[in-house]
Ligand binder design. Structure first.
Ligand SMILES: Nc1ncnc2c1ncn2[C@@H]1O[C@H](COP(=O)(O)OP(=O)(O)OP(=O)(O)O)[C@@H](O)[C@H]1O
Length: 594
């Protein structure tokens, strides 16, 4: 039996156990549910939605839809009865028909209105849950998987979830219209079963043609969506590089010409093709109905020897049932699109390699004594279109004890940042072993391992509030602000700095203060001092690093500042993917072959 957090709300615990080809999942709100082991979490979400309270909603929607269908059919039944009276020359009792007519109409309008109101609230809830589910999946995924699927994730969280939720809501329309069609067919069967049979044969043939083409349209939708990802990618490129583009507009127009226009045009051509396929199908459907009415008027009534009155009733019913059937058919594009979106989310999910949720609960290392990396090897994955052999690191090793400061130097492109990314666990090493406090770090403690580090990357992101810090030590924060000479610029408010609108060098100092406030044992810096002014750079190496050490932090820092190498306890040098220790000016490779 394992525990995980509910994928619906993320706020309560689920118990789950594997039983043969199925998982049994227990949610405190819904009781036990059963999933096939191969279900993706999106599918689980849908099943969970149906189970969790939403089953009640679906039953309510179906019930109201049935009432609407009965009301609607009541109106038609009344009209047919009146037609029959006219045919037989019987006097119509207007007052009694009027009451029944009004009753059926009220039933239809009220139940239809109620179901629509209920759906509006339901849709919004479903949208929130679907988005949160995808977001939660992203937050639990390894860095590299998310990084390479950024555009897809963006569209999954925006467009795909909208499409899926939109289509989920059509379930109610499907129910209502199917119910109307079914009741109508039963009524048709009662008055002329031979005509109903002929009509059903025609309907089945038409639907068979329809579904054959729907498969093609779905493929077109999927292809169009990939062009939309490209569109988002280059839109981001324009927005990220907008400073440069503002100075030289041609850059923006080049991106638009080379990539954006192409992806928009390709996506639009595919969407057009898919919608034309649906349109053609619709026309075939409409034609087959009219052909059937013609056949009925001219031949079928005589062939089956059916009274004129019944033929008129039947035609009236055909014209009536045509509306619900057409509505059902018109919903197929949105369901097809939703199916394509669901497939995309499932593919993203498969690529994400989501970390088990019970692992995300965390068993943090209670203390830090020593970190050791041995025989670490890593090679970038080769993209299909790239010809050169991808850059590789290793085998390399490194060790760091509590309170130690280690510098990594080396030329541009030698692999320092790549190694740092492996060290903090953003990149998974292909080979090698990591030890914390002498214990090998196994896969199930990877998240705990990553929590040992507080980084200031070269391309760091300064969050505008303190996240992931339950209680901020305001006094300490003010002290750090003084040490980093920012007291005239910044102060600490409850859960954020008073401002993050500072110069580049000042922002980086603030990023380091934020990292220190996380109270993680190891600070990781990538060329922190590169954009600091010379007096502060000197202060950083000669005063702040000893202060940081005194505060109990260990540090691994990439630096090119050879004047200050003496500030570190250990100096490593990276040289085209190999790491060397530098002791008294002597370099020695480190990979610790066991
Ligand atoms: N995303 C990537 N995909 C493939 N190869 C990459 C990627 N990022 C970097 N590389 C390769 O890895 C090599 C090392 O890059 P890295 O950023 O680790 O160097 P560095 O030592 O930190 O350089 P610098 O001092 O300029 O920051 C580069 O020469 C590049 O060819």
């Amino acid at each position: 039996m394992e525990r995980m957090v509910c994928s619906c709300t993320g706020s309560h615990q689920l118990l789950y156990r594997k039983n043969g080809t199925h998982y049994q999942v227990h949610c405190q709100y819904t009781g036990w549910a059963r999933y096939h082991v191969s279900y993706t979490s999106s599918q689980k979400l849908i099943i969970m939605n149906i189970r969790k309270g939403h089953l009640r909603n679906y039953v309510l929607f179906s019930f109201l839809s049935m009432l609407a269908a009965v009301g609607s059919m009541g109106v038609i039944y009344m009209i047919n009865q009146i037609i029959n009276k006219y045919f037989t020359g019987t006097k119509v009792a207007a007052s009694s028909y009027f009451i029944y007519f009004l009753g059926a109409l009220v039933l239809f309008v009220v139940s239809r209105w109620l179901v629509s109101i209920a759906i509006i609230g339901f849709t919004q809830n479903l949208l929130i849950k679907t988005r949160m589910n995808v977001l939660e999946m992203v937050l639990r995924s390894p860095f590299q998987n998310v990084w390479k699927s950024k555009e897809k994730i963006f569209t999954a969280l925006t467009r795909d979830t909208d499409i899926i939720v939109g289509a989920s809501v059509t379930i109610v329309d499907i129910l209502t219209n199917s119910a109307i069609a079914l009741i109508c067919f039963i009524y048709m069967g009662i008055i002329a079963w031979q005509l109903l049979l002929c009509m059903l044969v025609l309907l089945i043939v038409t639907l068979a043609i329809y579904f054959f083409y729907v498969g093609r349209a779905r493929k077109l939708f999927i292809k169009a969506m990939t062009f939309q990802d490209t569109f988002i990618k280059y839109l981001n490129e324009i927005l990220s590089g907008f400073k440069e583009i503002t100075l030289e507009k041609q850059k923006g127009f080049d991106i638009a010409d080379r990539h954006v226009k192409r992806s928009i045009l390709s996506a639009s051509a595919l969407y057009r093709k898919a919608h034309v396929t649906f349109l053609n199908n619709r026309i075939i459907g409409i034609m087959s109905f009219y052909v059937f009415i013609g056949l009925l008027l001219l031949f079928l009534g005589n062939v089956f020897n059916i009274q004129d009155r019944v033929v008129v009733n039947f035609i009236f019913l055909i014209l009536y049932v045509f509306g619900p059937i057409e509505t059902l058919v018109l919903m197929i594009p949105s369901i097809t699109q939703a199916n394509a979106s669901l497939k995309r989310i499932n593919v993203i999910e498969a690529q994400m390699d989501v970390v088990d949720s019970d692992n995300a609960q965390g068993r943090p290392y209670p203390f830090f004594e020593e970190l050791r990396l041995e025989n670490i090897c890593y090679q970038y994955r080769q993209e299909e279109e790239e010809g050169d052999r991808p850059f590789a690191i290793g085998p390399v090793g490194l060790s760091l004890s509590r309170g130690e400061v280690a510098f990594i130097s080396g030329g541009n492109g030698s692999g320092k940042t790549t190694f740092l990314n492996i060290l903090v666990g953003l990149f998974r090493a292909d080979e090698g072993i990591v030890y914390v406090n002498g214990d090998r770090v196994e896969k199930d403690r990877w998240i705990d391992y990553q929590r040992l580090f507080a980084p200031v990357f070269n391309d760091y992101h300064l969050f505008d509030e303190f996240y992931g810090i339950p209680v901020v030590d305001v006094e300490k924060a003010q002290e750090y602000i003084r040490v980093f000479e920012l007291e005239r610029k910044v102060s600490v408010q409850k859960d954020k700095f008073s401002t993050v609108h500072l110069s580049a060098g000042q922002r980086k100092r603030l990023a380091l203060i934020a990292a220190m406030l996380e109270k993680k044992p190891i600070l990781v810096l990538d060329e922190f001092a590169a954009d600091q002014d010379p007096p502060f750079k000197r202060k950083f190496y000669t005063e702040i690093i000893p202060y940081i050490r005194q505060e109990g932090f260990s540090m691994i820092a990439i630096t090119h500042d050879d004047t200050y190498y003496a500030a570190a306890d250990k100096l490593y040098k990276m040289d085209t993917g190999s790491l060397h220790t530098v002791i008294a000016g002597q370099e020695k490779p480190v990979y610790i072959l066991s």
